[in-house]
Design a protein around this ligand. Sequence first.
Ligand SMILES: [Ca+2]
Length: 82
Amino acid sequence: MTNDLPAGGAGADDYAATFRMIDRDGDGYISLDEVKSLMRALGQEADHVRAVEFMVDADRSRDGKLSLAEFSAFMAAVRPAG
Ligand SMILES: [Ca+2]
């Protein structure tokens, strides 16, 4: 991580770094399996229903996978600014 964050602090760059961490196969999208991997990484049970709920909440284009834009928008929405 760098300390040279743009003005405004944690934002799009922060989400991009997280996105790349979750996107294990590097195809530019977060799949349902990758959401489950994230849950395990966070020490949570990789519950199928919860993973699907996450996808449904964040997947605005309804294509079954999350783009960086969708992921960033979702994270910005669930994480209070500041
Ligand atoms: Ca992927």
